[in-house]
Design a protein around this ligand. Structure first.
Ligand SMILES: [Zn+2]
Length: 73
């Protein structure tokens, strides 16, 4: 009842991968949806586990006693 085979081609539904932003196939065939691949799914899960998505709002980087590590040679 939900399908209407009236000539309209079943266009693949894609959504932006939450990890890399690449279009990922949002279909039962994509077991990693909404991610584009297993790697992106694992990366996202790992990031959440490490709380990398937490917004650092309490400690300004300027107050770091040893400076920003990214600016070290
Ligand atoms: Zn991806």
């Amino acid at each position: 009842m939900t399908e209407s085979p009236e000539g309209a081609p079943a266009a693949p539904i894609t959504v932006p991968c939450p990890t890399c932003g690449q279009p990922s196939l949002f279909a039962p065939g994509n077991r990693y949806r909404p991610f584009c691949s297993e790697r992106c799914k694992q990366i996202d899960l790992g990031a959440w586990a490490a709380e990398d998505f937490r917004v650092p709002s309490d400690i300004p980087p300027e107050d770091a006693p040893f400076g920003d590590p990214k600016q070290q040679p």
